[in-house]
Design a protein around this ligand. Structure first.
Ligand code: NAP
Length: 283
């Protein structure tokens, strides 16, 4: 069986159109336009890339965007007071904090100061708690991208065997929680999992977030399964997934490519959350 490639860019386009319409409608009613404030501390190449991309996407969709670039040596208390200033600024709907922060700053302490009402990437304990309790909150962008892709396929998720490889707080764990909420039967694997191949070969949907280039080949995949590749590994200057696409496409029914899969939706979904935030702020 030769599977099909899932086009993440195409799925993102449809969401972008909805956001543009939302912004146009607000403009015509003289309502507040959502503004995203994105904070970067230091000069990490990956973070600069994400920040610039956020700005580009926000502007192209009609949102307002404020870039806050702080020196790598900024003091923790200065960063926290900047966040408090943004919390109190009624023109700011959503706050994004690029991680990781430099070593001298206590990441958890800083995150705890972001208002949950503006925490559009679900970093705070409050919003993560809501996520794990199955309550409404801003979904974190990468797990939300996985869910949005799966929902766009118009398949029944209820009762499906889902295997997630990876249990990080930013991907594996929240993805597992979201799939559980969809009434899937979820198995979360990690580096101590025994018989990984055997576990993976049970999956109707295999979600891979390991951080090892081309780790998963067709021998891990059940005939006709759907494979979602979250991995973004830099190999010889190229972004490469955790899945060996050319091998897996022979047995899977649908596979996300890297790039052009999960990563193609994340920034757009952050902007969608900022739109949700501006509405909730009013109510
Ligand atoms: P991470 O924090 O390094 O977590 C990796 C997970 O994989 C851990 O739970 C680890 O198990 C598990 N693992 C490692 N080797 C394994 C093995 N041989 N067998 C089974 N499990 C194994 O990484 P992450 O932050 O979740 O990111 C995962 C990947 O997604 C990376 O490539 C990252 O760059 C990418 N990513 C992409 C996006 C996007 O927007 N597309 C966003 C975030 C991350 P233990 O817990 O036992 O160590």
């Amino acid at each position: 069986m030769m599977g099909e490639r899932i086009d993440g860019k195409n799925i993102a386009l449809a969401i972008k159109e909805d956001i543009k319409k939302f912004i146009e409608a607000r403009k015509s009613q003289n309502l507040q336009i959502p503004k995203v404030a994105s904070i970067l501390v230091g000069n990490d190449g990956g973070s600069i890339f994400y920040l610039n991309n956020q700005e580009k996407v926000a502007i192209s969709l009609g949102l307002n965007f404020e870039k806050i670039h702080l020196n790598v040596e900024v003091e923790e208390k200065e960063l926290i007071s900047k966040i408090i200033e943004l919390n109190n600024d009624d023109t700011v709907s959503g706050i994004i904090l690029q991680l990781p922060l430099p070593k001298h700053i206590d990441e958890k302490k800083v995150i705890a100061n972001i208002s949950p009402l503006k925490d559009i990437d679900c970093l705070t304990f409050v919003n993560q708690g809501k996520l794990y309790m199955g309550e409404e909150t801003f979904l974190p962008c990468t797990p939300n991208s996985v869910l949005t892709i799966l929902k766009s396929l118009n398949i029944e998720l209820e009762g499906k065997e889902v295997v997630v490889i990876g249990r990080s707080n930013i991907v594996g764990k929240p993805v597992s929680a979201l799939m559980l909420k969809e009434n899937c039967t979820v198995t979360t694997c990690h580096s101590k999992t025994r018989n990984l191949k055997e576990v993976c070969s049970r999956a109707d949907i295999l979600i891979v977030a390991i951080g090892k280039a081309k780790f998963i080949d067709s021998s891990y995949v059940k005939d006709g399964a759907i494979v979602i590749d979250v991995g973004t590994n830099s190999v010889d200057g190229k972004i490469t997934g955790d899945v060996n696409f050319d091998s897996v496409i022979d047995v899977a029914s649908l596979v996300t490519p890297v790039p052009g899969g999960v990563g193609a939706l994340t920034t757009t979904l952050l902007m969608k959350n900022a739109c949700k935030a501006v509405e909730e702020y009013e109510n």
